[in-house]
Ligand binder design. Structure first.
Ligand SMILES: [Zn+2]
Length: 247
């Protein structure tokens, strides 16, 4: 075996990575090779120096770092209670909305939406009521931030309000039918409140000092998650390269 290969084994020995048989064989080679003996002594000295070098003094930054950390603001009990109340209300509205949709499926009469609305349109609106009720219930029970549901629900509510006003003006809708939309409107309003950072479960309360735009701003892109740190196992190669450079 060439001296270069013996030195790789000796380098591994300095890193504590050589096997017992490798160590014994390397010792035998060292006994008969002055070049490798000199190399090994130099490499061992470098390793010792690197491991025992006095760490240079660094300024104590603990106080400065701790002072720069933004204060952790606990959620106030009343905020917690109001958030819980909003979720309870949303759950109730979801249940009502769900029952409305399910009873609508049971009935096949077209009430209040005027002549010309076919059986299928009636079923379609029932499906929407069931879906909205289920959505309200899930948000209330899972305590998740309802931001993902808001764009579609807001468009649905806005369109429904505009069409309802139109139908009311031309007398195409019974007031009783419009009242049933009130549950949807109330649920939507609760969802808008719950989507704000201060009311989210686990969300941080609004920081008064922050001035980077409105909290209502429309975010069109998801913020990319920072890549998690990972441990890279030390490779024998890098240790050997270090020793070779040092030698
Ligand atoms: Zn040698």
């Amino acid at each position: 075996m060439a001296c270069e290969q013996w030195r790789e084994i000796l380098s591994a020995e300095l890193d504590g990575e050589a096997s017992r048989s490798e160590r014994v064989a390397a010792e035998e080679h060292l006994a008969g090779c002055a070049g490798c003996r000199a190399w090994f002594d130099a490499a061992a000295a470098v390793t010792r120096r690197a491991r025992t070098r006095v760490a240079p003094p660094v300024p104590d930054l603990v106080d400065a770092v701790l002072a720069a950390v933004p204060p952790v603001r606990a959620r106030s009990p009343w905020r917690e209670r109001v958030g819980l109340g909003l979720r309870g209300l949303l759950g109730l509205l979801g249940a009502v909305q769900l029952v409305l949709g399910l009873t609508q499926i049971g009935r096949d009469a077209v009430i209040g939406h005027g002549p010309g609305a076919g059986q299928h349109l009636w079923h379609e609106s029932a499906a929407w009521n069931v879906a909205v009720g289920a959505g309200f219930l899930v948000v209330a029970l899972r305590r998740s931030a309802p931001t993902g549901l808001l764009p579609m629900l807001s468009a649905f509510v806005a369109t429904l309000v505009l069409l309802s006003v139109n139908d009311l003006i031309i007398g195409q809708v019974a007031v009783a039918r419009l009242v049933s939309h009130g549950f949807l409107l109330a649920g939507w309003a609760v969802m808008v409140l719950l989507a704000r950072p201060g009311w989210r479960p686990g969300g941080t309360p609004p920081q008064r000092t922050r001035s980077s735009g409105s909290r209502w701003s429309l975010r069109l892109e998801e913020q990319p998650e920072p890549a998690p740190l990972r441990l890279v196992p030390p490779t024998p190669y890098s240790a050997q390269a270090r020793h070779r450079r040092a030698a």
